[in-house]
Design a protein around this ligand. Structure first.
Ligand code: 2AM
Length: 200
């Protein structure tokens, strides 16, 4: 399959829900205390998000069309709530830690987006089920040429109650993921504000 490395013209894209500042700040403060195992690489505060659709590596002409589609959406409110951290994969050594964010509204938003992208010929739905979550840390590999994740001995503890309150997604954003030495950087390309943004 084509990749960014093989073809530098490709752009790695995804559409995400942005979190309210209060929730992002709460997750960041929790992470400073809990994502401290040396094997962990916490997600930068400005990069915390909930992925709605991962689009993968796309040609520049498709990027324009996807951006137009996102800007033209009249999206409904998306109420959600974060849960205590879990690690993935479930039955093997953790490679990432995420906060599940189960929400019928977010799942509807995901399906609505996928349908529109498919009708426009811009995306093919993934076979696996949508799992709304916010990734908070990735695990470094154990080194020595191995790609296996390092062991995490100090697992993150639960979220404080103040971060587990319901909130509305702030906006939907089309991001380009840029691989950089210090970790990926996400550049917003197109956005649409959501009704009820940030209310709790
Ligand atoms: P993750 O947080 O579960 O790792 C930018 O990389 C965003 O796209 C991240 O939120 C990431 O999900 C998601 N992503 C990356 N690769 C993906 C893939 N192959 N399938 C689905 N989502 C992916």
């Amino acid at each position: 399959m084509a990749s960014q490395e093989a073809n530098p013209k490709l752009q790695r894209l995804f559409i995400a829900l942005d979190l309210p500042d209060a929730i992002r700040d709460g997750v960041t403060a929790w992470g400073e205390a809990e994502l401290i195992d040396p094997a962990l690489r916490p997600v930068r505060p400005e990069s915390l998000h909930l992925t709605l659709v991962f689009l993968g590596d796309r040609e520049a002409d498709k990027v324009e069309a996807i951006g137009d589609l996102v800007r033209g959406l009249s999206a409904p409110q998306a109420l959600m709530k974060l849960e205590d951290p879990v690690s993935l994969p479930r039955r093997r050594r953790a490679s990432l830690f995420a906060l599940p964010a189960p929400s019928p509204a977010t799942t509807d938003l995901h399906h609505g987006l996928v349908d529109r992208l498919e009708v426009a010929g811009l995306h093919e739905a993934e076979k696996r089920d949508f799992w709304p979550h916010v990734t908070v840390a990735r695990v470094n590999s154990e080194g020595g040429g191995s790609r296996r994740p390092a062991a995490v001995t100090r697992r993150p503890g639960d979220l404080p109650d103040g971060v587990k309150v319901p909130f509305y997604g702030v906006r939907m954003t089309l991001y380009r993921s840029e691989l950089q030495p210090g970790g990926s950087r996400y550049v917003p390309l197109a956005q649409v504000e959501l009704p009820g943004a940030g209310q709790q």
